[in-house]
Design a protein around this ligand. Structure first.
Ligand code: PEP
Ligand code: MN
Length: 357
């Protein structure tokens, strides 16, 4: 009796080993199929094929397991296989850290974004005048920083709001930046403006509202000018990564990801800063990750703690809106900080990082 039980148990062990071997063999075949599909650009999940395999297994099933149990068991195996293919697909993306383990550093003049020293991109929401831009640039240079932001093409919610100075704004920004040896970040909203933009702009910003403007992403992908890509206000991290993938896959590797808050039900801030996006993007991609604290908060009184949180979470830098007189700013008046507040902000942020560029 005992020896018979022992024998059966040994047989079970052998069957388990066989099942294990065949499960892994199956996984290998699935991965091979995944590689082929990837090459051909085919969607990895094929529900019709899954249904056909299940129907076939049920047809030839002789028991003792009933059909429902067989379906449930094989569905588990299929789901595990799909997960393998999904991981394979993610790892193959150009933005993926699995594909390129070392950090991408975007060099703009002497400023290295993602190079270990956090960057500060400061400047007005909109370029309004030469004097306004010069006043901000002077304070940026005073701190030894190398980048200035300023919108010339503004994506405003209302068509009656200030739309930006257009090319005239880009010219002002360039002229002032050159005066102080700064590099320029400015948003471009349409492919048609890229030709003129690359003459004045060092980093092209793609705004939150255009994160999924695929025509624009393809066009900036064809350039070599660095691109600062903002996360869409209702975009998942996966969608954000795919937007960056558009740019990389069209040939431009110089992409800087920027978390700028997402829409939630919370009204205390303009958007909700998704701080977890920072370590997730750093883990899953090799691209530099910045946090725009101004558009996340929509208010000026919590920018310092948000910036500290961003750096603590591993961000490669911070974007912040600065205006000589925020109360009369033509856009985002509530969130911009004045020059003295920016000086205090920088002094206090030094407790979070020893140096900035
Ligand atoms: C901006 O940076 O000026 C801007 C409009 O930001 P966002 O696209 O993140 O709203
Ligand atoms: Mn703004």
């Amino acid at each position: 009796m005992t020896s018979q039980l022992e024998a059966l148990r040994r047989e079970l062990d052998r069957i388990n080993e066989e099942i294990l071997k065949w499960l892994n063999r199956r996984a290998e075949v699935v991965q091979e199929i995944g590689r082929l599909k990837l090459k051909q650009g085919i969607n990895r999940f094929d529900p019709v094929r899954e249904r056909e395999m299940l129907d076939h297994l049920v047809r030839i099933n002789t028991g003792p397991f009933d059909d429902q149990t067989i379906r449930a068991l094989f569905k588990q195996i299929f789901a595990a296989s799909l997960k393998l293919q999904q991981k394979q697909h993610e790892d193959a993306l150009l933005v993926s850290r699995a594909r390129k383990p070392e950090d991408t550093v975007v060099a703009v003049g002497s400023v290295r974004i993602g190079g270990g020293t956090p960057v500060i991109i400061a400047g007005p929401c909109s370029v309004e005048s030469e004097a306004q831009t010069d006043a901000v640039a002077r304070v940026i240079a005073e701190h030894g920083l190398g980048l200035i932001r300023g919108g010339a093409f503004k994506p405003r919610t209302s068509p009656y709001d200030f739309q930006g100075l257009g090319v005239e704004g880009l010219k002002i920004l360039r002229e002032v930046a050159d005066r102080y040896g700064l590099k320029v970040v400015s948003e471009i909203m349409t492919p048609g403006d890229l030709d003129v933009a690359v003459r004045y702009v060092d980093i092209i910003q793609i705004g939150a509202r255009n994160m999924q403007n695929f025509a624009l992403l393809k066009e900036v992908g064809a350039l070599s000018t660095p691109v600062l890509l903002k996360r869409g206000m209702a975009a998942t991290i996966e969608e954000f990564k795919f937007a960056a993938e558009y740019i990389l896959s069209h040939g431009n590797p110089n992409v800087i990801l920027t978390e700028r808050g997402i829409r939630t039900y919370e009204k205390a801030t303009r958007n909700t800063l998704d701080i977890s996006a920072v370590p997730i993007l750093k883990q899953e991609t090799h691209l530099p990750v910045l946090v725009d604290v101004s558009h996340a908060a929509g208010r000026r009184d919590i920018l310092l703690p948000l910036a500290k949180a961003a750096l603590a979470a591993g961000a490669d830098g911070v974007m912040i809106e600065v205006h000589p007189d925020p109360s009369v700013a033509l856009s985002d008046a509530q969130q911009q900080i004045d020059l003295d507040t920016f000086r205090r902000f920088m002094a206090e942020l030094k407790t979070a990082a020893p140096a900035f560029v």
